[in-house]
Design a protein around this ligand. Structure first.
Ligand code: ZN
Length: 411
């Protein structure tokens, strides 16, 4: 098998030993950069090559007529079926940078508001593929939201343009970022692209320019960073300074990393912010957290107790008192159809239930609380007792207290 210099160079770069495979693989005559699709590699089988040699080819070479252009990964699988996926991906990435359809694409850093909005808009995109084509802030309706960046933030827009100046990828560059005490000229936020092979191009650009970048290309991973030397930092808390009046902006974009807005700073920890900027409708979400369990509480679901915020799992509504009571401080009593404070109720043995203490009287002799509305005044002692603790023995209908033991038996 013959290997063209263009492919051989990449194999050498990846440390792949090709000598043996060249000797062993007689089925394939050659691998090379496709002539008619120069952004792809191609192969031609020995059988087809020999067949071509004996045929009359009018206006075309054997390679053009019998060669098969494939994706870089397919080619590698064909000639090295046992090769691991990492190497295959690396080969594809290098191929894409050198010869892929985006090899002519170029980077442009935009600061001017008009250009910022123009290149952010889907109207400037090459196509609607990939994460770029489905990004939530790409539409004309979101242009007002995106204005937040040039209006209030110290950031630029990095765009990757094809040869027709159409956007194939973009990322926000946050200027002058401190990560663990070290200053970087830029932090490259989430990369949006229309072709996965462009990731490598963006990452290399960041590395070459001394930029830190986002480690995971997702809004749910705001704490991990890749530094220009390739090392990864996780669980890092970072903020960026913005204009003091930023929270008065009418609209806000959806931010992938710095979603916590607090006065003149954007934090990568939304809990640090008074607001979270991860709405797709241009709004900001007021950050409320439960004083007890620390879970986020939606603005409309706040339960206030002594001016503190609680979630609905950590407190109960007391219809008797018309207020919320902390869970753990209250008990539901069927008799009142309400939650009551634990410190305002007493247990009444004669009812086997709790009652409000203000409706009860403690009887020292019997060592228990009696619920007064259920009690009867006795003639001899003048105290109030539950019906089961008394009997009436005279004709005037007066009540007298039962003997204690007897009362207990009855109760
Ligand atoms: Zn809670």
């Amino acid at each position: 098998m013959k290997i063209s210099n263009e492919i051989l160079e990449i194999f050498t770069e990846l440390g792949i030993d090709t000598e043996q495979i060249q000797q062993d693989n007689t089925e394939i005559y050659a691998i090379y950069r496709a002539i008619e699709f120069p952004e792809k590699p191609a192969y031609i089988t020995t059988e087809k090559y020999n067949y071509g040699c004996e045929s009359d080819l009018v206006g075309k070479t054997i390679f053009e007529k019998y060669g098969i252009a494939v994706k870089p990964g397919r080619l590698l699988h064909k000639i090295f079926p046992e090769l691991n996926n990492v190497t295959v991906k690396e080969f594809s990435a290098i191929w894409s940078i050198k010869y892929g359809k985006n090899q002519k694409s170029k980077f442009l850093t935009v600061n001017d508001k008009e250009d910022f909005l123009k290149y952010y808009s889907e109207d400037s995109y090459e196509n609607s593929n990939g994460t770029l084509g489905s990004s939530c802030m790409r539409g004309s309706a979101e242009q007002d939201f995106v204005s937040f960046y040039p209006d209030y933030c110290n950031c630029s827009l990095l765009v990757c343009l094809n040869e027709l100046d159409k956007v194939v990828g973009r990322a926000i560059l946050w200027n002058n970022i401190l990560i663990q005490g070290i200053k970087y000229p830029c932090f490259m936020d989430r990369v949006y692209i229309n072709d996965d092979n462009l990731f490598v191009k963006f990452f290399k650009f960041a590395e070459q320019n001394g930029y830190a970048r986002k480690a995971k290309q997702s809004y749910s991973e705001p704490f991990s960073f890749i530094l220009p030397d390739g090392s990864e930092i996780s669980d890092s808390s970072v903020y960026t300074e913005i204009s003091e009046n930023a929270d008065s902006s009418e609209y806000f974009p959806f931010l992938d990393t710095f979603s916590g807005l607090n006065y003149n700073r954007l934090y990568n920890q939304e809990e640090e912010g008074e607001y979270t900027l991860q709405q797709t409708d241009g709004d900001k979400l007021h950050n409320c957290f439960c004083s007890n369990c620390s879970e986020r509480v939606h603005e409309n679901d706040i339960c206030l107790i002594d001016d503190e915020i609680y979630c609905s799992d950590c407190c109960f509504w007391s219809s008797l008192h018309d207020c919320y009571i902390r869970e753990g401080d209250c008990t539901y009593i069927d008799f009142y159809n309400s939650y009551l404070y634990d410190n305002e109720i007493v247990y009444c043995e004669h009812l086997s239930d709790d009652r409000l203490s203000e409706e009860c009287e403690y009887n020292e002799n019997r060592n228990e609380y009696f619920f007064l509305p259920d009690c009867i005044e006795t003639k001899d002692t003048g105290i109030f007792l539950p019906e089961s603790y008394v009997n009436h023995t005279d004709d005037d209908g007066n009540y007298y207290e039962n003997e204690k033991e007897e009362a207990n038996n009855v109760a």
